[in-house]
Design a protein around this ligand. Structure first.
Ligand SMILES: *Cc1c(COP(=O)(O)O)cnc(C)c1O
Length: 421
């Protein structure tokens, strides 16, 4: 569910008409709904009611300071994957003891930053990383709280580029070697083992792969406890999918996910952490663009927008589908036509949709990509010297620019010339 609906024939973000924002900031732009962000965060929080838990928003999905601050104020922790994300979370007011640090390639400098600034735990992904963390912690005279990310070798049944829980993926240590690695961890004075971590992929639309993975974690918890480790926290990762098309049967709801967690792991008495990103931010954002041209090809028509793959890479990178709707509500029953929806970038991959049925739209019309809040703005680039597009946050009948569009001069002036030129 989201808060982008038609009222009086015009698409609104909460109570703000989209054309009003377009007039103020120009297209293309991203717009987020505060109500949707908070609703989705709370659904997860409530789904784990009754067990000690923390929802750590995976901020790589959408990392604008205003979004982080909105969620932090509601009580969210954060899952970060770089020193930059760590700094962003802290700047948004998230205390260190609500930040978990994930990722396969944490550097010693990043470890030091987090240990000095405060950290809930590191989710360690390899033995060399654990040894590095031990060295850094000892040099600071502290011990680093960790979970070890295990790779349960389950098929997440999602797009290959976002599956992370199969043995061929780079993530985690094989669950079959977990006992050895935990034994090694227990021998390191700079390491304090607090639990187990698992994250099997993104945009999962069934509970079964999660349940398979979590059952393996439950079993491992008992084995490690029998080995003498004080396993008191389970980080279950993120990955719950969202409906990218209205026609689709909806993926499981957070409440069903929470019930499954309680069923599979509740008896262990562990504190539970989850790291949802996409489900919190995905349907909380739109990408709004203008139609530049309608172009008739030999066997198809093209709708050329002012947004492009550099603004929203998901269709090019993951073959992702986004519903595209006109901001002016089409009349009921109006005839639709097939278009290839494309951007201006000089790449054939700059295609948002092929042979998409759309109601008539004229040049200058506004269209909105739904479900663009996660892995949208954060993955944007300035390819083709197209400035990063603005981000706007709506709350009730107010809106604010939360990242302005840079000017072309600002873009140019970021480069510097060597002396000899
Ligand atoms: C990307 C990622 C997440 C968030 O995944 P979503 O599918 O956006 O919920 C959580 N944890 C880790 C370790 C990740 O890499």
């Amino acid at each position: 569910m989201d808060h982008f609906n038609y009222a009086q024939g015009i698409l609104h973000a909460e109570d703000v008409p989209i054309p009003e924002i377009a007039a103020a900031v120009g297209t293309p732009f991203y717009v987020y709904s505060t109500a949707t962000l908070l609703r989705h965060y709370r659904l997860f929080d409530e789904a784990l009611d009754g067990i000690d838990h923390l929802v750590c928003y995976a901020m790589k999905a959408a990392g604008n300071q205003a979004i982080l601050k909105t969620l932090a104020a509601a009580g969210a922790g954060m899952d970060v994957v770089s020193a930059g994300e760590y700094a962003r979370a802290r700047a948004a007011g998230v205390p260190g003891d609500k930040i978990v640090f994930s990722g396969v390639g944490k550097t010693e400098a990043e470890m030091r930053t987090a240990l000095e600034g405060g950290i809930r735990q590191f989710n360690v992904e390899s033995e060399p990383e654990m040894e590095a963390l031990n060295r850094v912690a000892l040099s600071l005279g502290v011990s680093a709280p960790i979970t070890i990310r295990v790779n349960p070798d389950v098929d997440a049944k999602t797009h290959a580029k976002i599956a992370t829980g199969k043995s061929e993926n780079k993530f985690g240590i094989p669950i079959s070697r977990a006992r050895d690695v935990y034994a090694q961890a227990a021998r390191l004075d700079g390491i304090d083992v607090v639990g187990i971590d698992v994250h099997i992929g993104s945009q999962l639309t069934e509970l079964e792969p999660f349940e398979l993975a979590y059952a393996k974690v439950a079993e491992l918890t008992e084995v490690l406890r029998a080995d003498g480790h004080d396993i008191r926290r389970l980080d279950l990762g993120g990955g719950l999918g969202i409906p990218y098309t209205r026609a689709n049967t909806a993926p499981p709801l957070p409440v069903e996910y929470g019930a499954m967690i309680k069923r599979t792991l509740g008896h262990l008495g562990c504190e539970i952490e989850i790291e949802p990103g996409r489900l919190i931010a995905g349907n909380a954002g739109l990408l709004v663009a203008s139609v530049i041209y309608l172009k008739s090809g030999e066997d198809r028509d093209f709708l050329i927008l002012d947004a492009a793959m550099n603004d929203l890479i998901r269709p090019a990178m993951y073959d992702a589908h986004h519903d595209i709707v006109p901001v002016e509500e089409p009349a009921a029953g109006i005839e639709q036509r097939a278009f290839d929806v494309v951007g201006p970038v000089c790449e054939t991959g700059d295609t948002f949709a092929r042979q998409r049925m759309l109601p008539p739209v004229l040049p200058g019309a506004l269209v909105a990509f739904r479900s663009a809040g996660a892995y949208g703005a954060v993955m944007a680039s300035e390819y083709n010297a197209r400035p990063l597009i603005p981000e706007v946050l709506v709350k009730d009948d107010q809106f604010a620019v939360i990242r302005p569009r840079p000017t072309i001069d600002e873009m140019i002036n970021r480069d510097s010339l060597p002396e000899w030129l």
